[in-house]
Design a protein around this ligand. Structure first.
Ligand code: ASP
Length: 318
């Protein structure tokens, strides 16, 4: 597929949004746009990655991300292997590096890695020769999620620059929030973060975000409302008094949504907890909710990332 780019994407790995230039983000989104069109055709296969091997190494559970990386690789013609690594008794550091070296010896071309520890994917990338894509590391980054969110917004709103995006909920433990903040600010959007004080790190102010503990104030006039799940698996102790109270104060309801712009788009990376961070009726509102668009964009964005990161192996300019 000809992307028509004159500028290159010169990264060997995709470990985070941090370090990407706005034009590189634009590259990925433009290329992903063309894959959205391909994915809507009855015949979705391309032989671009023919002969290449992609290993999806997931130390943490996943539904959307794993499936979409598998589909993305297969649609581009790669041999795709899924490895779910769970419940190992070996020490984490040793397991990770040993696993990296073992997989490296099998000569893969791309490793897609999810790990529960922040920084683990970067560590692994130092021990392998192939391209590594971070599919989520602890509460650090989830770059392809931010890219697919950006593609969703760009297709629905026509731009990213100048929009006001509210990200609401468990900001403290969310890798989705961190990658989105970096991407949205780089692309010229304004970012508001809304959540209970216990889940809203003040450090985000220094990134250039505005912080709110009150949904009505934070949502006022915003164009995009991005809801986050409470990341209970990363919490030690209790950060909210009760789920009922959390929903009352921070769950997205029709009433709270009235504070946002009349055409505000609702987003959620999934998995969604109806009645906790979002009212089910709003999530299913096909005019307002872009949640299923996000899933569709996920496959296209991951195809674009696989395409760009394997261009040097395939002898193509990026
Ligand atoms: N699926 C996203 C992630 O892996 C969001 C979530 O789990 O809440 O980070």
């Amino acid at each position: 597929m000809d992307s028509g780019f004159d500028l290159s994407f010169r990264h060997h790995h995709l470990l985070g949004i941090e370090g990407l230039q706005p034009y590189e983000i634009g590259h990925v989104l433009d290329l992903a746009d063309s894959y959205v069109e391909l994915n809507r055709q009855p015949s979705k296969k391309r032989a671009l990655l023919d002969g290449l091997t992609q290993i999806n190494l997931f130390f943490e559970v996943s539904t959307r991300t794993l499936t979409s990386f598998e589909l993305a690789g297969k649609r581009l013609g790669a041999d795709v292997v899924n490895m779910a690594v769970q419940g190992s008794s070996i020490k984490k550091g040793e397991t990770l590096i040993d696993t990296a070296m073992t997989l490296n010896a099998m000569q893969p071309d791309v490793l897609v890695v999810r790990h529960q520890e922040s920084g683990a994917v970067q560590l692994l990338a130092r021990h392998v020769r192939c391209a590594v894509i971070n599919a989520g590391d602890g509460s650090h980054e989830h770059p392809t999620q931010a890219l697919l969110d950006a593609l969703t917004i760009r297709r629905r709103k026509g731009r990213l620059e100048g929009l006001t995006v509210a990200i609401c909920g468990d900001l403290r433990h969310s890798r989705v929030a961190r990658s989105n903040i970096l991407l949205l600010l780089a692309m010229g959007a304004s970012v508001r973060l809304i959540g209970p004080p216990t889940l809203l790190p003040r450090a985000f102010e220094s990134y250039g975000c505005q912080l709110f503990t009150d949904m009505a104030k934070g949502l006022r006039g915003c164009d995009i409302v991005m809801m986050l799940r409470l990341q209970n698996e990363r919490m030690q102790g209790s950060f909210v008094p009760s789920v009922r109270e959390y929903f009352h104060l921070y769950g997205l309801t029709q009433e709270k949504l009235r504070h946002a712009a009349p055409d505000a788009l609702i987003m959620h990376p999934g998995p969604m907890n109806r009645g906790v961070e979002i009212d089910g009726v709003i999530a299913d509102d096909i005019d307002r909710s872009a949640i299923l668009d996000q899933v569709e964009m996920g496959v296209a964005v991951r195809m674009a990332c696989l395409d760009l990161l394997t261009r040097s192996i395939r002898g193509e300019a990026s």
